[in-house]
Design a protein around this ligand. Sequence first.
Ligand code: ATP
Ligand code: FE
Length: 345
Amino acid sequence: SIILGIESSCDDTSAAIIRGNEILSNIAANQEIHNLYGGVVPELASRAHQQNIIPVVQQSLTKANIQQNDIDAVGFTRGPGLLGSLLVGTSFAKSLAMSLNVPLIEVNHLQAHILAHFIADANPVPPKFPFLCLTVSGGHTMIVLVKDYFDMQIIGKTTDDAAGEAFDKIGKIFGLDYPAGPIIDRMAKEGDPTSFEFSKPKMQNYDYSFSGIKTSVLYFIQKEIRKNPEFISENIHGLCASVQKSIVDILMQKLIKAATELNITEVAIAGGVSANSALRQAMQETGQKLGWNIYIPKFEYTTDNAAMIAMVAKLKFERGEFADLSTSAAARYDLVSDFEEGKVN
Ligand code: ATP
Ligand code: FE
């Protein structure tokens, strides 16, 4: 099958073509405009999606070297995300599926981050069920027990900020551009991760909290700046390395606890923050030490992309799970609401 995937949940307009499990093209238009505002401005995002969507889809076809009429189905991100952004992709996907007279397939963005692991070139071998997937992105942080493609259970999650949000907000305190995650990652490479110590949360079960570290960084910076106005610029590399280490330590600690207690050795990471080099390294080291088989998706399948949407659409296509044209964008859309209602913690 040849399937077009469309992603427009936040600030990236993306389109991808998948044939079988193989990605033929994965095109994204990033909206640089938000960098100026220190965060995504929803109104500007939806307008940019509207401008980008047709060229991006066109380019995905050209790059894959296929015609519109070769498409067997259209998959799109139904949610979760910014409503105005989702509406653009949803409306476009509906119109295209209708005009080509092919099935329309709705995709949950978070399932897609996780199922990106099954794209042919995401991993040397795909994970085996059941596996644990630390799903870390700009809006979500959770440990998911993946029992089958569409049988997932959230066993722990953040009670406040997401890990990506923590990177971005702390980066803002340091005066870095949005999104700060990748910038902190880059700066940290030249810094000592033991330069500064920030408080770690004491959370129950497999849950996370990231608002504490953000506040602790803020107070620390305010105090130091009063003594030395140049404190940030003089210490930026050490600050970035220390913050990154704290966040990665917090993430890994609960993941190790879950894997050990559930006796699972298939362990994956997914979502935008899984692009982080310190997290990837911690996964390698921990995997080695504890005998895990680890799954770290190829870089381009970590942050928002349409390849992962096309992957889920392909799995649903095989199952004949099609949407009807009355489907609508869903800003809130639970990872597990599709299937085992009531089995979620
Ligand atoms: P969600 O998937 O929860 O709806 P989202 O789609 O906005 O949220 P993603 O695109 O999956 O999130 O991830 C974006 C987040 O990943 C941002 O917070 C960004 O700072 C962070 N991020 C990206 N690359 C890195 C990196 N190398 N190190 C740390 N964080 C990173
Ligand atoms: Fe995402």
